[in-house]
Every structure is written in structure tokens, then in C-alpha cells.
Design a protein around this ligand. Structure first.
Ligand code: ADP
Length: 307
């Protein structure tokens, strides 16, 4: 973690005073701690928001800020972090509050030193325990975002329907709006018709998922204890989290063996891994275009050939 910012006084003139007054008030309303002579340092690392280290002599906090109309993103992040926290399976930062003032929105949480290397077995066991928190319906009580794209989480008893409409279908509709490759979209729609075939001998349960588990969203404290953050939570097939860990990252050698000890991984996972990662590739195609559209097309063709 770099403390990339200039000194506190310089930043205070950059940023709206009312924003930091609101952050201070959120901390004192929610924890009864009154920050004194605080320092602010801009942190590098976030993709979507501005990240800050806020501290005084006694306490330190992690704050993310963005435009005022994007408060819903922080509210959804808060809901996800709280859901994972309640699972007691794996560490997430504790949220203190979020809010909006003038043209700014913010979320403030405990500051965690995320500088260590996660112990593979511990990470696997803790994630599998989180995934063992299940409920009846797929979805979540709040919509959230994946990158900056909306992610719809309307409850559904059928995983196939949920994934087909709210994940694959939603991204294909966006691809139409964004005028991506028509042939890719047509092939994607053909895939949508046969999604059920990937589940002919496998019935997923609705597990609590992080939802955006690329390598930039998990780490560890200096003792190797895993920490996950920046979730896009919903209840879904646990394989979706595992797939994304492999798409943008490489969990260590012992990870899958250890995971399997707590939550067994079905033999068909490697085929469905492509199906689940197609969602993220399509999202990247919608956000960034470029080669992601042809990657999506290749993945769709591979999946169509597998049914
Ligand atoms: P964004 O929403 O912009 O993608 P992240 O939530 O991923 O931002 O946070 C940006 C970076 O800040 C992360 O890569 C991580 O290293 C660090 N970070 C996240 N949460 C905390 C925290 N509670 N305490 C300290 N550092 C954090």
C-alpha cells in the first residue's frame, strides 16, 4: 500500500471541507470517537473510487470517495461487507458508515494493513466456510455493481434462470446497446438457450459469494490471515467465486485441495468455470471493448462445443 498523497494540508484545499466534516460526523455518530487534528493521505490501488487513509494520533480509517450520485454503490458495498462479516467465516473490513454530501459520496471503514501473503489452506478453508452459508433463493436483497456495471440480484429459486437472465442475458443486452460484435451476441443468445444442459447432473446451492474475487480483492495481514474486500455479493453457485479466482489470478497449489476438504468441488466444475467467467469477460467487453469481445466469442464457441 503506497501513501501516495501530498501532505494533509495540501489535500484539504483540494477536497471539499464538507465531505470530510461528513466523514468525521459519520465516525463520531457510529463509534462515538471524535477525530482530532486528522491527517489524510491519498492511497493508490483502487479502480473505481478514490481511496484515502484518514488518521489522527490514535485511530486510522480507510475511506473511499466518489461522486455524490454514486452513493448507492457504497451502500451496496456496505451490505455485502456486512453479510460476509456476519458469516464469521473470513475477515472483511468492518464498515463504520457511508453517506453523501454536496457532490461527494463516501464509505468509511476500519483500516487494515493488507501487506501479507495469504496462507493458501487458510484462505481455502475460510472461503469454503463462507460458501457454506446458504439460503433458499439465489440473488441478494440489494442490487450492486460489478466494476462500474450494474449487477441485478432479484431473488430466484432457479439458479439456471438466475444466471441465464441476470448474468448472461443482462450482459448480452448491454452488448447490444454498446454495439459489440453481432455474431458474438447471436452466439451468446444461442448459448443462453442451452445453459440448462451444464446443470443436468449438478444442482448448485445458493451460497454466499464475494462476487468479484479477482486477485486485487483478496490479500492478507502480515501474519498471513486472509482478508477479502470490495465485494459484489449475492447468493449463487460457489463455483462462480472459484472460477473468477482463476480468471484474474492464480490461487496457490494447495488451495483447491484444501477447499475441497470443506466444500467438495463437483467434477463438472472445469466446464462450468468457462460459463461463469464468460460473465466477467462480457462485462470487460462492455466496459473496455477491445480484445475482450473476441475473447468472449471464443469462450462462447468453446462452451457451445461442450454441450
Ligand atoms: P475500488 O472500489 O476503487 O476498486 P478497493 O476497495 O479495491 O477500491 O480498495 C483499493 C485498495 O485499497 C485495495 O486494493 C486494497 O489494497 C486497499 N484496501 C481496501 N480496503 C482496505 C481497508 N479496509 N484498509 C486498508 N486498505 C484497504
Amino acid at each position: 500500500m503506497d501513501f501516495a498523497g501530498p501532505d494533509a494540508r495540501e489535500l484539504a484545499t483540494d477536497m471539499s471541507d464538507s465531505l470530510w466534516q461528513a466523514v468525521k460526523k459519520s465516525i463520531s455518530d457510529n463509534t462515538r470517537y471524535h477525530l482530532r487534528d486528522y491527517r489524510l493521505a491519498r492511497l493508490s490501488g483502487g479502480n473505481i473510487n478514490q481511496a484515502w487513509h484518514l488518521s489522527d494520533r490514535e485511530k486510522q480509517y480507510f475511506v473511499k470517495t466518489n461522486r455524490g450520485d454514486l452513493l448507492y454503490m457504497f451502500e451496496a458495498e456496505r451490505a455485502g461487507l456486512e453479510e460476509i462479516h456476519q458469516s464469521q467465516a473470513i475477515r472483511v473490513p468492518e464498515v463504520i458508515g457511508c453517506g453523501a454530501v454536496a457532490n461527494h459520496s463516501f464509505i468509511v471503514m476500519e483500516f487494515l494493513e493488507i501487506g501479507g501473503i495469504a496462507d493458501d489452506s487458510l484462505l481455502a478453508h475460510q472461503l469454503a466456510s463462507m460458501h457454506r452459508c446458504t439460503r433458499d433463493q439465489f440473488g441478494f436483497h440489494i442490487d450492486n455493481t460489478i466494476g462500474s456495471t450494474a449487477q441485478i440480484n432479484t431473488n430466484d429459486e432457479s439458479w439456471v434462470e438466475f444466471w441465464r437472465t441476470q448474468r448472461l442475458g443482462f450482459q448480452l443486452d448491454l452488448a447490444v446497446k454498446n454495439r459489440l460484435d453481432r455474431e458474438m451476441i447471436a452466439r451468446g443468445e444461442a448459448l443462453s438457450e442451452v445453459v440448462a444442459q451444464f446443470f443436468s447432473s449438478y444442482r448448485p446451492v445458493a451460497s454466499l459469494l464475494h462476487g468479484d474475487l479477482w486477485s486485487g480483492n483478496w490479500g492478507a495481514d502480515n501474519g498471513g490471515n486472509p482478508i477479502i474486500f470490495d465485494p459484489a455479493c449475492y447468493y449463487g453457485d460457489h463455483e462462480a467465486d472459484l472460477a473468477m479466482m482463476e480468471l484474474f489470478g492464480q490461487p496457490g497449489r494447495r488451495f483447491f485441495d484444501a477447499y475441497d476438504e470443506v466444500f467438495s468441488i463437483d467434477a463438472g466444475y472445469t466446464t462450468r468455470r468457462d460459463l461463469y467467467n464468460l460473465y466477467h469477460i462480457l462485462n470487460h467487453a462492455n466496459l473496455f471493448g477491445g480484445h475482450y469481445s473476441s475473447s468472449a466469442r471464443n469462450l462462447i464457441d468453446k462452451l457451445l462445443a461442450a454441450v
